[in-house]
Design a protein. Structure first.
Length: 135
């Protein structure tokens, strides 16, 4: 397995089987060209087996931290450590970029995701609720 940063719209579109919805080229282009946005792809057996995306957030009194936006691993490649490796690589990138930490929101019943995040050193404190707005 190898992990590398996505660099082109074509390679992200080729990985759209891992996303919740089809990748729209104009959104892919915007994501890839926006500073502080990161998409790492994991390749195994000559195919894209997983991805992790992260967005650097900066606040005047806190500095920068990495928001782990999304993690996905294709079904045939699960339980091989790919998710863990992707999270660890994003954490490494966050440290390289000067982030003081990294966080992710995850459903409490998503045991697979929780296991991947915990195996990569993440800890949950059970005190967070997610509030959303849809426009």
């Amino acid at each position: 397995m190898r992990i590398r940063r996505a660099a082109t719209v074509a390679e992200v579109v080729a990985a759209e089987h891992l996303f919740d919805n089809p990748a729209r080229p104009e959104w892919v282009e915007r994501f890839l060209t926006t500073p502080g946005h990161h998409l790492l792809l994991a390749y195994a057996d000559g195919t894209v087996a997983g991805f992790v995306s992260g967005v650097e957030t900066v606040h005047p009194d806190k500095g920068a931290e990495m928001f782990l936006y999304e993690l996905a691993v294709a079904e045939p490649y699960r339980r091989r450590g790919i998710g863990r490796a992707l999270v660890l690589r994003l954490a490494e990138l966050a440290r390289e970029r000067g982030c003081y930490g990294m966080w992710v929101g995850v459903d409490t019943g998503n045991d697979v995701a929780l296991a991947a995040y915990r195996s990569a050193g993440g800890r949950g404190d059970g005190t967070c609720a997610v509030v959303t707005w849809e426009f």
